[in-house]
Write a protein that binds this ligand. Structure first.
Ligand code: C2E
Ligand code: CA
Ligand code: CA
Length: 630
């Protein structure tokens, strides 16, 4: 008898060891928790043939969540799912509540089973012994139960099995919870609580699969906040973060029925939505998103900001059937919205790809324009408004494209900015202009236009200093023309460069004055040496009293600040006379002289001789070519 028992208990021990081994491998290999638990139940039932095993998880809100009970009908587990633990909730709910084992030897008569016994009795269960599963820090995270078909207690062997299994359950559930936490971190954007790119990559194929099985369309809405970089630069990152959270709230409320919301970049969001009925829902969603995002935002400390978003949309299955394609198409549509002036939405169409390719080809062409010798510089005189004697020249760039012929700088400068070619081009113009100016009489200035991208990205002041010293031009003869858009990019960086230029002795003019969004503020932020009134005001001033009044008030502003004012685009005598009456200091425009090769102005520069003769011959044809763009 003794020998027999010894043999049997060793057998149970061995089998428990095997079970432990098998379960640990299942946990380590990343099997779903429910599968591991089902395996554990099946093995435990083999070692304790009279017991029917059930494992339940207790969630963070204290509710029962059945994990595995392979020998119980699914309906039984379903009935338990979501029940709150408590002192009278069967064996498991009570064990979880008390944090200690509960042994019910007669379900029929035990008061703790009063509300639950019917289902158990119907299955022929008479007794149920449940033990809490505890975490390493002693919280109840589940229960492990044996049901019996006779009204009885658990025997010693069964108790030993339960103790062993409860421990394995702790390992499995804690491992699963840790994995979940890691996934949650990787799948959530910490700032906004939206999904991450990783979540998008994980979930998107499922969404598409479901959509194609049910014949539904899915749209990707690629949302990008307009001018966010400027907001961040001017207002600081704390305000930027608050704005992103406020924007997230709006996206959440408009797209509450969407399958997924994710944040892809600093100010880029993606919403994935499956149409319930028809394609027209996408239009409704896009316009609702654009509308909700184009608005005032009141931030945490009462600061009010205005913001808007551009949205590009691509649809499955029409536009593509994988995430990368659809994102890239939505991005193409988004770029179209940005170029069309932002704050709105566009749906992708294949036509956009053709446009994009053309744009890319154009950008490739622009980036070799300097090295291919296709760029040249024209000069337009700036004259005293009263004597009309020339004070200097503005350098204006020309590009002769091998196929398209002369291309306006209004077209190719933005392309050069977009592809980064502007730095090389800017350096070229500066060198050209200064090399020419070196030969002119010393009283003549030279003005060079500079893009925001040049001033902010490169070490522009250093380039200017080097080019000045290489060409031997007095820094006081150089004027840099900047537009207000400079300050929208990165005000701090812009001011730093402008101050360095001033320290060199170079002057800085505010170009296109009056067209920006806060011209007066810009004037206050830096002591510009000259204000150039945009030519649209001059164009209108003779016929339109409002335009004349604006010009007049800019003159007043210039006088008050002690800054000379230059009127651009002066084409007629009437305009000149009006400007003279208003006290304008300098004028520039076709009336005084068109942008032309410098040789055409040899009477001003006094450069004659061989080069002057050549120029006289060259000028008519050159001027004819250039007139295409002036
Ligand atoms: P902007 O600096 O305002 O230059 C003045 C523009 O007005 C020039 O156009 C000039 O040809 C035109 N213009 C001059 N007088 C008159 C006139 O009496 N009537 C009319 N209707 N127009 C007149 P352009 O040369 O086509 O240049 C356009 C813009 O391209 C310039 O505007 C400037 O912003 C940019 N740009 C030109 N050259 C450069 C450059 O070297 N670098 C950079 N970054 N931008 C440049
Ligand atoms: Ca200019
Ligand atoms: Ca201008």
């Amino acid at each position: 008898m003794g020998v027999k028992n010894k043999v049997r208990s060793r057998t149970v021990g061995d089998r428990l060891k095997d079970l432990q081994h098998e379960i640990l491998i299942a946990i380590a290999s990343g099997k779903p928790l429910a599968d591991v638990m089902a395996l554990l139940c099946a093995r435990a039932e083999k070692i304790a043939p009279k017991a029917i095993c059930s494992i339940i998880r207790v969630d963070s809100t204290g509710r029962l969540r059945p994990l595995a009970a392979p020998s119980l009908p699914q309906a039984y587990s379903d009935a338990i799912d979501g029940a709150a633990i408590g002192p009278m909730v069967g064996s498991c709910g009570t064990a979880a509540y008390l944090g200690e084992p509960v042994e019910v030897t007669n379900i029929k008569t035990d008061p703790r089973w009063e509300d639950y016994k019917e289902a158990a009795l119907a299955l022929g269960f008479k007794a149920c012994w449940s033990s809490p599963i505890k975490s390493h820090d002693d919280r109840v995270i589940g229960t492990f139960a044996f049901y019996f078909r006779t009204a009885r207690r658990a025997n010693q062997t069964e108790k030993r099995i339960v103790a062993h299994c409860a421990h394995l359950c702790t390992l499995a559930i804690e491992h699963w919870a840790a994995q979940n936490r890691i996934r949650r971190l990787a799948f959530t954007d910490a700032l906004t609580g939206l999904g991450s790119r990783a979540l998008l990559a994980e979930k998107f194929p499922e969404i598409l699969k479901h959509a194609s099985e049910t014949g539904k369309e899915v749209a990707l809405f690629y949302v990008d906040i307009d001018g966010f970089r400027a907001i961040n630069a001017v207002q600081g990152h704390r305000v930027g973060d608050q704005l992103l959270r406020a924007i997230t709230q709006r996206i959440r409320s408009v797209a509450a029925s969407a399958e997924l919301g994710a944040r892809l970049g600093a100010d880029e969001f993606l919403v994935v939505y499956t149409a319930r009925e028809s394609h027209s829902e996408f239009e409704v969603m896009a316009s609702a998103l654009a509308e909700a995002l184009r608005n005032r935002y009141v931030l945490e400390d009462g600061l009010e900001l205005k913001a808007a978003a551009s949205i590009g949309v691509a649809c499955f299955p029409n536009d593509g059937s994988d995430l990368d394609t659809l994102i890239s198409e939505a991005d193409t549509a988004l770029n179209q919205v940005k170029r069309a002036g932002r704050a709105g939405y566009a749906f992708y169409s294949p036509r956009m790809d053709a446009e994009k390719r053309a744009r890319q080809a154009f950008e490739r062409d622009v980036s070799v324009a300097v090295s291919a010798g296709q760029l040249s510089v024209l000069y337009q005189p700036q004259a005293d408004a009263h004597s009309c004697s020339v004070r200097g020249f503005e350098a204006l760039l020309r590009w002769k494209h091998p196929i398209h012929g002369f291309v306006s700088p209004d077209k190719f400068i933005p392309a050069a900015e977009a592809c980064g070619a502007i730095e090389g081009i800017g350096a070229f113009v500066l060198r050209e202009a200064l090399q020419h100016a070196a030969d002119w009489p010393k009283h003549l200035r030279v003005a060079v236009n500079v893009s925001p991208a040049q001033i902010i990205h490169a070490d522009f002041a250093e380039l200017v200093e080097r080019t000045l010293s290489e060409t031997g031009v007095d820094p006081r003869r150089l004027e840099i023309e900047v537009t207000e858009s400079l300050f929208i990019f990165d005000e701090k960086a812009a001011l730093k460069t402008l101050e360095r230029l001033k320290a060199l002795g170079v002057s800085v003019a505010m170009d296109d004055f009056g067209t920006g969004y806060s011209s007066l503020r810009t004037l206050r932020s830096f002591p510009f040496d000259r204000i150039k009134i945009d030519r649209s005001f001059i164009f209108d001033m003779v016929a339109n009293a409002d335009a004349a009044a604006i010009v007049n008030s800019i003159m007043g502003l210039g006088r008050a600040l002690g800054r000379p004012v230059v009127a651009e685009g002066v084409e007629t005598k009437e305009q000149l006379e009006l400007l003279q009456l208003q006290g304008c200091n300098e004028v520039q425009g076709y009336l005084i002289g068109k942008p032309l090769p410098i040789e055409a102005y040899s009477h001003v520069t006094g450069l004659s001789g061989a080069s002057g003769k050549q120029a006289a011959e060259a000028t008519p044809s050159l001027a004819a070519g250039y007139s295409a763009v002036v």
